[in-house]
Write a protein that binds this ligand. Structure first.
Ligand SMILES: [Zn+2]
Length: 133
């Protein structure tokens, strides 16, 4: 999937609405710039950005990705997942929850978190198609 909406990025997050954040973040991940997306997310939520690495972790070799709280690092099992918004956002949610003190790993909530971003992005995508024929 190749997406280029030319959204101007000023780096100014003040007054950024959730929907704008969601679109920016998903777009950056699809463009293969997951570190930028994680910085945007971390600034927005006021947490330190997690590290991101391609590799597998003992006892978690069969998962697509995982988050290690003690390293504050997201691991993706394949480099192609660096441009997968669902996986990155799901793992960021674990980082966010851990950073804010809640240790419980809520898989369903992490999925919902990721889907909120992707749904906003898809709505935005659809609206572009309607206005540009
Ligand atoms: Zn998870």
């Amino acid at each position: 999937m190749r997406v280029n909406f030319n959204i101007p990025f000023t780096g100014d997050l003040t007054g950024m609405h959730d929907v704008e954040l969601h679109i920016q973040v998903v777009q950056r991940i699809l463009e293969g710039k997951p570190e930028q997306a994680l910085r945007l997310l971390s600034n927005y939520y006021g947490v330190v950005a997690p590290d991101l690495r391609v590799g597998t972790v003992k006892r978690h070799r069969r998962v697509l990705g995982c988050y290690l709280p003690n390293e504050e690092r997201i691991y993706l099992s394949k480099s192609e997942y660096l441009s997968n918004p669902f996986i990155i956002l799901h793992e960021f949610y674990h980082h966010l929850r851990t950073s804010s003190g809640k240790k419980r790993q809520a898989e369903k909530r992490a999925d919902q978190f990721a889907n909120t971003f992707i749904e906003d992005f898809n709505r935005f995508h659809d609206s572009l198609h309607m206005t540009s024929d």
